[in-house]
Design a binder for this molecule. Structure first.
Ligand code: ADP
Ligand code: MG
Length: 439
């Protein structure tokens, strides 16, 4: 059916439009009344809905005599929709039901993952774990900012393990899904089933466990899940946006268990890696983009890989709308609005140091220095705390900007201030005022 639809569109659309809108879309599922089509961005979705949806319905009718309507889901946002679909689906004759359960994104495999300085170690650890689960690094814990590839690596481990052992039971969930499943199991009195589902696996992947904060009961249950798997030498992989000991209200016993294995951080990619990632994506989509344009795009977006991909999609769509080849000047035009719309010039560590310096009358040099007098130590810790809270900088980066301090110093400062804020209203007031000047 998809082939037929593509042929139809090929006839009615220009090549560049076809490449942009149709080639980037993928049918992911056919249900009773719907054809679920995955598209890369909201821009694509809009285009499909406005321009192509009715044609699809007509063409499907022509092909099969059936009345099917298309539903467009955006890549990476499709999980929820897919899960809904899975639920209503007949239990299929799949040989390995866990394969379906795992809901691994097809694109998140090792092959599509570009290795760079910031993720090299995480990548290596992921491979080891996929090949020798449960024996060497257990649990494996990835931490780092948004859009840096934690989820991608996690899925890649799942895929690789299934490749090596097609009967392996792989389960991927976000911490929220785990929490919801747990709560539902209590409400429906299906705890036994819940335990079976989570403990009878070879690989459990739990994404974004920072959302376990404040969920006492869930943490308790996860503790038991963890122990059961660990004792059985089953592999556990976890991710979070920060280290376990920085997750507020994460029970000490979980923190200490997570430290049994290996924790690896993923830091933002350098320019070369960003270019390599763009090049790989462009090749995968068979886009012809000159090198200097790739460098330009990579130079504009410097932290988050998801945004980097978004930029590429935007440039691609813009070229299609304008019916022009992709060039640096076209990319600049395409990204203009995107770059302006993004957060108001993002806050830097320097801004924070200046604000704290001004507020307490302590020279910036002292904030970066080593003096241990209280009048300096506290502002320094506040500045570190705010850098952690208000910027997306990694711990090592913050340490570096504070005169080359170790990242553990930053963690300590952050914790210290976080604790003090709970008890000390004056401090709270002061920090609040500094924040205000920064916003
Ligand atoms: P996180 O879970 O850390 O927020 P994701 O794993 O969701 O980040 O990654 C965001 C996007 O960037 C995904 O589309 C992913 O495929 C892509 N990505 C991240 N790191 C890489 C990499 N090293 N090579 C290729 N693509 C990457
Ligand atoms: Mg993620």
């Amino acid at each position: 059916l998809w082939k037929f639809l593509k042929e139809k569109f090929k006839l009615s659309l220009s090549k560049v439009s076809f490449d942009t809108w149709i080639e980037s879309a993928q049918p992911i599922r056919l249900t009773g009344q719907h054809l679920i089509i995955e598209v890369p961005s909201s821009l694509h979705k809009e285009y499909w809905e406005n321009n192509l949806a009715t044609k699809i319905v007509e063409n499907i009718y022509e092909y099969s005599g059936q009345e099917l309507s298309p539903v467009f889901v955006i890549k990476n946002e499709e999980d929820a929709a897919v899960i809904e679909e899975e639920k209503s689906d007949q239990p299929s004759a799949a040989i390995n039901p866990f394969k379906k359960n795992a809901i691994l994104n097809e694109k998140y495999v090792f092959d599509t993952f570009v290795i760079g300085k910031g993720n090299q170690m995480a990548h290596a650890a992921a491979l080891v774990v996929a090949e020798e689960p449960g024996t060497i690094y257990n649990p494996l814990f990835f931490y780092g900012g948004v859009g840096l590839g934690k989820t991608h690596l996690m899925h890649a481990i799942g895929h690789q393990m299934l490749l090596l052992n097609p009967d392996a039971k792989v389960k991927y969930v976000t911490s929220e899904t785990f929490a919801n499943d747990f709560i539902n199991s209590i409400q429906n009195k299906t705890q036994e089933k819940f335990r079976q589902e989570y403990r009878n696996v070879d690989l459990l992947l739990v994404d974004d466990i920072q959302f376990f904060a404040d969920k006492e009961g869930t943490q308790e249950e996860f503790f038991h899940t963890f122990n059961a798997l660990y004792d059985d030498r089953k592999q556990i992989v976890l991710t979070s946006d920060r280290l376990p000991n920085e997750i507020p209200k994460l029970q000490e016993r979980l923190v200490s268990r997570f430290a049994w294995g290996l924790s690896v951080d993923i830091t933002p990619p350098d320019l070369e890696t960003r270019i390599a990632i763009l090049r790989k994506k462009a090749n995968a989509e068979r886009l012809e983009i000159p090198d200097d344009t790739l460098s330009y795009i990579a130079g504009q977006i410097d932290s988050n890989i998801r945004e980097l991909e978004g930029a590429l999609v935007r440039v691609q769509a813009y070229a299609a709308i304008q019916s022009q080849e992709i060039s640096t000047s076209l990319a600049a035009d395409a990204l203009k609005t995107m770059l302006h719309n993004s957060k108001p010039a993002s806050l830097t560590i320097k801004d924070i140091q200046n604000a704290v310096s001004k507020f307490y009358g302590v020279p910036v040099a002292d904030l970066k220095g080593k003096k241990r007098v209280k009048a300096i130590v506290e502002p320094r810790q506040i500045a570190m705390y705010l850098s952690r809270e208000m910027t997306s900088s990694s711990l090592p980066k913050i340490g570096k900007e504070f005169g080359g301090k170790d990242h553990t110093t930053v963690i300590h400062a952050h914790e210290k201030i976080e604790q003090s804020l709970k008890k000390d209203d004056t401090l709270k007031e002061e920090v609040g005022q500094i924040k205000k000047t920064l916003q």
